[in-house]
Design a binder for this molecule. Structure first.
Ligand SMILES: C[S@@+](CC[C@H](N)C(=O)[O-])C[C@H]1O[C@@H](n2cnc3c(N)ncnc32)[C@H](O)[C@@H]1O
Length: 383
């Protein structure tokens, strides 16, 4: 089977988690850069990656990579790519997204229109037609310039992969599903350990954790653009991926995953989303303020994103709120706490310095992932 390169973009700072996921799926990594991991795969890999990867935003089929500092160069080198290997005669194609960092060519709209013209020119001569109906499958093209090198990919996912399909109801400032999954996977939490999100909002952390616990593929309940690319990815690849996902999922397990929030509306959303995801039986949701947080057992995990004060009245309440987080955490026995926030006095108000701290961009927002590490539980004795 023919090998190709696939590009998986991710949140900045989450490359190592995504790399691990790709290796676990059985594919060979060719490059890890800021915000993306490139790997080698076959057609089956397109279906597998879309179905099973939890921490990437989309899967791009790499069509080419070259240096270009003038629009003439961009045109000629784009035209030299064998687009006919990807786009059929009736394919709908456009340059959906262009971005540029430290490069001579930087205007997205100019890059987009020059590239579209170049692809049209190429396909006109290959297919011997002068007009494209464009009423077939879609091929959105994405290009990113970094220091004058253009990397060109065709989007196989369509709607971003953070949209698993379960989040029908939302709250203010929800975290994306892909980032929530990556943050959980950065911790040593596993399905046999306790997980509590005291600020669960629409339930993203508990739902992603429950999906991980149940080995539920993130792509099970959605579709992908490349399902229509029958000439490139045989239908069987998609059927096999879905069948494998269905075989693997097991919700008949014991978990201790809890989501709390002070707001009744948030809990309504969280419960409905968990049901939609099919993991409502694995999570306990309850209306509760963080100051009332407690758990009888030791060695649990708090994984959460508390309010960070977008509105003024919220900002004023932050010192007290973070003090309450600190006090509640102190009452828990041998717990670990992982907290993502852009509030810069978080450690100060919580009352202790994090053991580890990682800068993460949540969209344009600079946040920190504070990690307060509890002791490891003693190893269970073998009978
Ligand atoms: C940034 S949002 C969390 C979003 C969530 N991760 C999601 O994906 O939807 C913060 C949440 O904290 C809740 N909250 C605010 N003050 C609280 C308190 N004192 N105790 C518990 N929850 C609180 C809010 O109602 C809000 O849902």
């Amino acid at each position: 089977m023919k090998y190709m390169e696939l590009i998986a973009p991710c949140h900045f700072g989450m490359e190592a988690v995504l790399k691990r996921e790709i290796l676990d799926l059985g594919y060979e990594i060719s490059k890890v850069e800021d915000g993306k991991v490139t790997f080698l795969a076959d057609a089956e890999g397109i279906a597998q990656a879309n179905m099973f990867l939890r921490t990437t935003e989309r899967i791009l089929l790499k069509a080419g990579e070259f240096k270009a500092v003038t629009f003439d160069e961009l045109f000629e080198k784009t035209k030299a790519i064998p687009w006919e290997e990807y786009i059929p005669k009736d394919g709908k194609f456009w340059v959906a997204k262009a971005n540029s960092v430290k490069s001579a060519l930087f205007s997205p709209s100019d890059i987009q229109s020059i590239m579209k013209k170049a692809i049209v020119e190429r396909l006109k001569s290959v297919y011997g037609i002068s007009w494209f109906q464009e009423d077939g499958a879609s091929f959105p093209i994405r290009v990113s310039f970094m220091k004058d090198v253009a990397t060109i990919g065709i989007d196989t996912s369509g709607v971003s992969l953070h949209k698993r399909g379960y989040r029908q109801m939302t709250v203010k400032a929800p975290i994306t599903e892909t980032l929530a999954a990556a943050l959980i996977m950065l911790t040593p939490w596993n399905k046999d350990r306790i997980l509590v999100d005291p600020f669960c909002g629409s339930g993203t952390f508990p739902i992603e954790a429950a999906m991980i616990a149940a080995d539920m593929a993130p792509g099970m309940n959605r579709s992908f653009l490349a399902e229509d690319w029958k000439h490139l990815v045989p239908r069987k690849c998609w059927y096999d991926a879905l069948e494998e996902a269905q075989d693997r999922v097991n919700t008949d397990i014991q978990t201790d995953i809890q989501g709390y929030d002070i707001d009744a509306e948030a809990l309504k959303a969280a419960r409905s989303n968990a049901k939609m995801a099919g993991v409502d039986g694995l999570i306990h949701f309850q209306q509760r303020a963080v100051k009332d947080l407690s758990h009888q057992k030791p060695y649990g995990f708090i994984i959460t994103n508390p309010p960070y004060g977008e509105r003024l009245e919220e900002k004023e309440a932050l010192p007290q709120l973070y003090r309450e987080i600190g006090e509640s955490y102190n009452r828990l026995d041998k717990w670990s706490m992982y907290l993502i926030t852009s509030y810069d006095r978080a450690e100060n108000d919580i009352g202790r310095k994090a053991d580890k701290n990682r800068k993460i961009y949540n969209g344009m927002l600079k946040t920190y992932y504070y990690q307060f590490l509890g002791p490891k539980p003693p190893r269970r004795k073998k009978d």
